[in-house]
Design a protein around this ligand. Structure first.
Ligand SMILES: Nc1ncnc2c1ncn2[C@@H]1O[C@H](COP(=O)(O)OP(=O)(O)OP(=O)(O)O)[C@@H](O)[C@H]1O
Ligand SMILES: [Mg+2]
Length: 627
């Protein structure tokens, strides 16, 4: 049975870059096209063709006996090998979700066509049908049910269209576990659209090419939406960034600092321009046409201002940000840019935060560059992370820096929650990074060492051994979606129960009541200029404790926190809003006086709410001048 998930209305055309490789010559001949349009069409006999439009040239290739290589689908690449025609089409720079959708349509239409009765050559020659080529209609419910019935009666793909080899490797792939795994992750990234109407409007705005900023409470799906937006933009000219490494990892991107190539960005602007003019960095800036930034609340206003000038200088274009489209998102009620004082405090334990600037940190929306970019602004309303309406309303209060007596009582009552289950402890969120590191290290040290031979085997098999030390009993968090249906998702909590004798893989018991060996996973990150960075490591991290700063953007299974030492506006809100429900939360000490929203943020949101007061919630607005 096929493992391809298809939904109605998949696309039947895409625009991409294309290399046509003719394999009938030695060596093969390649022709390169920067822009090509691919369309699925059929003729009067219902044969399915791939039509390739290259500037003034149009070619059609019969979709028969093809092999589709889709290993790099996530990078907007795929290869279609026409074995009979001895031809390869190498697709690149295609928006990832559209490419997947296009290949799915191709699969559905080819599969259905293969079961239709065939006309022999003679009948075709004698046919008096008018010659015609028409675009293939989108996949319909009828197509899907036909395909379903075909599969049930094990008829699928037995026509001559797809060779046995292609059956294994093409989209029609049989369900070997590797293939299933890949498909699952693809379905998750680009799969059937789950976007709400308010989220869809933002995708449309992003596609319109305008600069946009969208905000919304924690868990309204901002990062989820960014991933969808990344799926519809051309990969070669799109750069996904976030203010922190953890947040960047969530959207498969890099930190804004590493893209910008201006070091810490604290140098005067002319020096930043010099740094960014180094050929490799400048190339990234020049190729970038869509710049995505998540967790914008933690980007310092002065840094943003400098980046805008760097972009104009390096790209030699005086439009805001040198003409790059900005797609910004974040919630200014969450953590603010890291202040110098905080950097100094946290550096002792972990110098993760290098974004310090001279002088106090400012918000992005307070910079002149923000105004120059004329961002269309949206506010998402529907919270997805928490389902419980009572908890959502508690969080909304805390977000605004308010704590009613009822809310304080509810939060304090969580102190007695028993969250431990099956040896999995709640993750402690700490206000200071050094506290979190100290807890993880001391708890790990307190555990008995597991078989040293197996541990060293693990060292040899993972390239990041110096970064992650595990023992039986170690509390861990999953860093990748392994199986969404089974609850093995990014943020899932578990405990190491043993190591496999063979390859030394740690066996983890997860909260979702599953015990599985966890093996290394590959992270593929799109850096600027179409450069792909890959990292292979165990998708685990120690989870007795995290700093609140490092938890921003995450959804956590079971979490406890001490809120008596929080020091930033929004910090208590970020910590509390990581939990999915009140039941999976334990607040050890709570003091209403520590809950604070930044006054400038309150003013910023008040202005933009006033501007949309008489319109529907998700109406785009230009926010009046800054605070
Ligand atoms: N349309 C949707 N349908 C179903 N689930 C959704 C939808 N949008 C988001 N989610 C889910 O809601 C959860 C929170 O989403 P996400 O992390 O993107 O929120 P966020 O706004 O970025 O939060 P934060 O401000 O904390 O970073 C995720 O588990 C995500 O998969
Ligand atoms: Mg997020």
């Amino acid at each position: 049975m096929s493992v391809v998930s298809v939904s109605e209305g998949e696309t039947s055309s895409i625009t991409c870059s294309l290399v046509v490789e003719f394999l009938n010559t030695q060596p093969s001949r390649k022709v390169n096209w920067k822009t090509a349009e691919l369309r699925l069409v059929r003729n009067e006999f219902r044969d399915v063709f791939l039509e390739v439009k290259l500037s003034k040239l149009t070619n059609r290739y019969l979709l028969k006996g093809i092999v589709v290589h889709k290993k790099f689908l996530k990078e907007g690449k795929a290869t279609i090998h026409f074995q009979e025609q001895k031809l390869m089409l190498l697709i690149s720079n295609a928006p990832t979700s559209q490419l997947l959708s296009f290949l799915k349509t191709m699969y559905v239409k080819m599969s259905l066509q293969s079961s239709e009765p065939k006309l022999d050559v003679r009948s075709r020659l004698l046919s008096n049908k008018d010659k015609q080529i028409e675009e293939i209609s989108p996949v319909t419910v009828k197509d899907l049910s036909k395909l379903h019935n075909q599969k049930k009666s094990s008829l699928p793909l037995n026509g001559s269209n797809i060779t046995p080899k292609s059956r294994k490797r093409s989209l029609s792939g049989v369900g070997d576990s590797q293939e299933k795994k890949k498909q699952r992750s693809l379905q998750l990234e680009f799969g059937p659209s789950l976007l709400t109407p308010e989220q869809k409007r933002i995708v449309e705005a992003a596609l319109s090419g305008r600069n946009i900023f969208f905000t919304g409470s924690a868990g309204t799906g901002k990062s989820f939406l960014l991933r969808k937006i990344l799926g519809v933009l051309p990969p070669d000219s799109t750069v996904a960034t976030a203010s922190t490494g953890v947040a960047a990892c969530q959207i498969g991107g890099i930190t804004l600092h590493s893209f910008a190539g201006v070091g810490t960005g604290r140098a005067p602007v002319h020096q930043c321009i010099q740094q960014a003019s180094r050929p490799v960095v400048a190339q990234g800036w020049k190729r970038c046409r869509h710049l995505v930034m998540d967790e914008i609340s933690m980007v310092d206003g002065k840094f943003f201002e400098k980046l805008e000038r760097v972009a104009r200088a390096v790209r030699g274009c005086d439009k805001p940000f040198g003409g790059i489209q900005l797609i910004l998102c974040g919630d200014f009620f969450q953590l603010p840019p890291v202040s110098k004082e905080y950097s100094a405090k946290s550096r002792k334990g972990n110098n993760h935060f290098e974004e310090e600037h001279e002088g106090p940190a400012t918000f992005c929306f307070q910079s002149e560059a923000w105004d120059r970019c004329e961002l269309q602004t949206f506010e998402l309303q529907q919270v997805h992370r928490q389902k419980d309406a009572e908890f959502v309303s508690i969080l909304q209060e805390i977000r605004l820096g308010r704590v009613s007596d009822a809310t304080a009582d509810k939060l304090m009552a969580t102190q007695s929650h028993k969250l431990e289950e099956g040896g999995i402890l709640a993750t402690r969120l700490c206000s200071h990074t050094s506290d979190a590191d100290q807890i993880n290290q001391s708890r790990l040290d307190a555990l008995e060492d597991s078989d040293p031979q197996l541990a060293s085997q693990l060292d040899r098999t993972t390239p990041v051994t110096s970064a992650i030390h595990l023992k039986v009993g170690a509390q861990v968090m999953l860093l990748k979606n392994l199986d969404v249906a089974k609850g093995l998702v990014n943020g899932a909590r578990g405990v190491v129960t043993s190591f496999l004798p063979g390859d030394g893989a740690p066996v983890v018991r997860f909260k979702a009541k599953l015990e599985i060996p966890v093996r290394t996973e590959k992270w593929v990150i799109k850096a600027s200029g179409g450069v792909t960075l890959t990292r292979r490591q165990l998708p685990l991290r120690l989870a007795w404790a995290f700093s609140i700063h490092k938890s921003q953007g995450l959804t956590l299974d079971c979490v406890e926190m001490s809120l008596s030492r929080v020091f930033e506006a929004g910090q208590a809100y970020v910590a509390l809003s990581r939990a999915k429900s009140l039941a999976s939360l334990r607040v050890i000490d709570f003091s209403a006086s520590q809950v604070r929203a930044h006054p400038d943020v309150l003013k910023f949101y008040a202005r933009f709410r006033r501007a949309i007061r008489d319109r529907i919630a998700c109406e785009p607005v230009a926010i009046p001048r800054k605070v």
